[in-house]
Design a protein around this ligand. Structure first.
Ligand SMILES: Cc1cc2nc3c(=O)[nH]c(=O)nc-3n(C[C@H](O)[C@H](O)[C@H](O)COP(=O)(O)OP(=O)(O)OC[C@H]3O[C@@H](n4cnc5c(N)ncnc54)[C@H](O)[C@@H]3O)c2cc1C
Length: 312
């Protein structure tokens, strides 16, 4: 039997989280001398997936909704003894749908490779990622949805055999419209995130946030009220009810640090907070804090980073 892994793409190119998913599946498969079957709709070179451990690559026309894709993966799961899905926005809808269809046991928010395989033992973030628990998936179809950037990329060669198949999609829902995220870097998988809140006073002040993100090669994000008011698109809202991020660097500007916001960002490796209020709760979660006015601090940061880049 094999480990099945779903490979997501963005405009025809594999996402970084998909390479991580394939590498995850390879580590798991190797523990039981299994193979990795990667499922993609992209006709990009198979070698890219083989380089992270895909032994067999199945190319299909994927459905347009999470339910439709879950139905297709269910059919392919007959050839598998486990499934890996990256916890991207799509992956976080797909994994529970697939769990329901296959009656497989699902670990969401997973932050470790398998610790053992019979039964499958994993670590996952619990209580809005405030704690870490070790769980066992006692099931004939364990499904792992992991937090992007939490595992790391380990290039290990797979055989990379390519096969095209037709599997019809039962899209139970019709997509009426789609909102394309405007940021240059995809937020869920970003290595660095510059995020701002109501302290920015209005949407006209986001230019400096975008400049800072630009100079760092970061994605932009925001607090919930900011997207609720319409200052920024909903695709940038992070937190308990928004996107959960796990970057190496999270810069929070003019955000108070309410528990619901922290729930989506506290897994970040380094947190930098800029806030005028020294009592703002976010400082308790910060690795570095600047008590100061965003309108003075951010332009200085942008200039300093530009000078640093020019000199190096
Ligand atoms: C069920 C539920 C779910 C929720 N889910 C989420 C979620 O997913 N994500 C989320 O973000 N929120 C969520 N919230 C809302 C959350 O509780 C907070 O209300 C929200 O995070 C506050 O947003 P904010 O920090 O941008 O605004 P505020 O609380 O208004 O804070 C603004 C901050 O900016 C600082 N500031 C002001 N001026 C400046 C300046 N010039 N320079 C620097 N700093 C300045 C202030 O000192 C203050 O700390 C949820 C709430 C509930 C009840």
């Amino acid at each position: 039997m094999s480990i099945l892994v779903f490979v997501e793409d963005w405009n025809g190119a594999y996402k970084k989280a998909s390479f991580e998913a394939v590498a995850y599946a390879k580590s798991w498969a190797t523990m039981n001398s299994n193979k990795v079957i990667a499922v993609t709709s992209v006709s990009a070179p198979a070698g890219e997936l083989a380089g992270y451990g895909a032994d067999h690559i199945i190319q299909i026309g994927l459905g347009s909704t999470a339910m439709g894709i879950a139905g297709q993966l269910k059919e392919l799961s007959a050839e598998a003894s486990g499934i890996v899905i990256a916890g991207t926005s799509l992956g976080r809808s797909l994994a529970p749908a697939l769990s329901a269809l296959t009656s497989g046991a699902l670990s969401t928010n997973t932050i470790s490779l398998p610790l053992s395989t019979s039964p499958l033992q994993l670590k996952r973030g619990a209580f809005s990622s405030k704690g870490i628990e070790t769980i066992e998936l006692d099931s004939t179809m364990p499904i792992v949805s992991f937090v992007p950037n939490s595992i790391g990329l380990e290039p290990v060669a797979g055989e990379g055999n390519l096969e095209s198949r037709e599997i019809s999609s039962n899209d139970a829902l019709e997509v009426l419209s789609t909102e394309v995220a405007s940021g240059k870097v995809a937020l869920p998988e970003a290595e660095a995130v510059v995020s701002a809140g109501r302290g920015l006073k209005g949407p006209e002040n986001w230019g400096m946030i975008e400049e800072l993100a630009d100079v760092l090669g970061a994605a932009t994000a925001c607090s919930k009220p900011v997207s609720d008011i319409g200052w920024r698109p909903h695709s940038e809202h992070v937190g308990q009810t928004g996107i959960q991020v796990n970057p190496n660097l999270y810069i929070a500007i003019g955000i108070s640090g309410a528990i619901q916001h922290l729930a989506g960002v506290s897994a970040s490796k380094t947190i930098v907070v800029v806030n005028t209020d020294p009592e703002a709760p976010f400082f308790k979660a910060a690795d570095y804090g600047i008590v100061g006015d965003a309108f003075e601090v951010v332009p200085k940061l942008v200039n300093a980073l530009r000078a640093f880049k020019a000199a190096s």
